[in-house]
Design a binder for this molecule. Structure first.
Ligand SMILES: O=C[C@H](O)COP(=O)(O)O
Length: 256
């Protein structure tokens, strides 16, 4: 039975002070929450501090990127082995900011997915269409292509115990979230697309929604049957807002 996962992607934000304060606030606000997984992905330089700060809590550690190589002459990169060593579990790959600013291709992202699986880490595969693609009615085509890069190279089994984050690019950081109905339609399409290869795998994969999720709109998004939590950017930088989103996911799980 799959469960919701709410994950905070801090992106390029934070400091030693902020990491300590935010995690202390989260621990307080999230104590006793059940039925919803929680993870945070601070910048890589704060992972070790964050690992100590979340120790003994239900908050899992995540990271925002990984290299396809495990070691060697790859200046500036961070490997899956290193992320595992530092205690990270959920690793975001294919975020639209990396696809856009770092020109990451579907093929490269599929390789990242593979190295994470080999290392025993959990990929959080971000997919989603741009505004222009949405306007052109290409949402399903784009999402299918981004999933197929993994499906066609690693097979449906690779999606066991993994996470997909549907993040329409036009909704990220804009304050303009997809409506619950819009998001549900795409999430259903994603699950059905994987189910064409393996229904059991499709049924257990966690499909998060991401894109301007906040403490006001989260509850309604989580009433949708194929939305399993959220990948949260801006609102994950405030303990109260992030905790409210986690609470909404836990309440939705309890209700239904
Ligand atoms: O990874 C998170 C997403 O990019 C969403 O960011 P946002 O919540 O600031 O729109």
């Amino acid at each position: 039975m799959r469960h919701p996962l709410v994950m905070g992607n801090w992106k390029l934000n934070g400091s030693k002070h902020m990491t300590g304060e935010l995690i202390a606030g989260l621990r307080k606000a999230l104590s006793g929450i059940e039925g919803c997984g929680v993870a945070i992905a601070p910048p890589v330089i704060y992972l070790d501090q964050a690992r100590h700060a979340i120790s003994g809590s239900h908050i899992a550690l995540g990271a925002q990127n990984v290299d396809i190589n495990l070691s060697g002459a790859f200046t500036g990169e961070v490997s899956a082995d290193m992320l595992k060593d530092i205690g990270a579990k959920y690793i975001i790959i294919g975020h639209s900011e990396r696809r856009t600013y770092h020109k990451e291709s579907d093929e490269l992202i599929a390789k990242k997915f593979a190295v994470l699986k080999q290392t025993g880490l959990t990929p959080v595969l971000c997919i989603g269409e741009t505004d222009a693609e949405n306007e052109a009615g290409k949402t399903e085509e784009v999402c299918a292509r981004q999933i197929d890069a993994v499906l066609n190279t690693l097979g449906a089994e690779a999606f066991r115990d993994t996470v997909i984050a549907y993040e329409p690019v036009w909704a990220i950081g804009t304050g303009k979230s997809a409506t619950p109905a819009q998001a549900q339609a795409v999430h259903k399409f994603i699950r059905q697309h994987i189910a064409k290869k393996d229904a059991a795998i499709a049924g257990q994969v966690i499909i998060q929604y991401g894109g301007s999720v906040n403490d006001k709109n989260a509850a309604e998004l989580f009433t949708q049957p194929d939305i399993d939590g959220a990948l949260v950017g801006g609102a994950s930088l405030k303990a109260d807002a992030f905790a409210a989103i986690v609470n909404a996911a836990a309440a939705a799980k309890k209700a239904g």
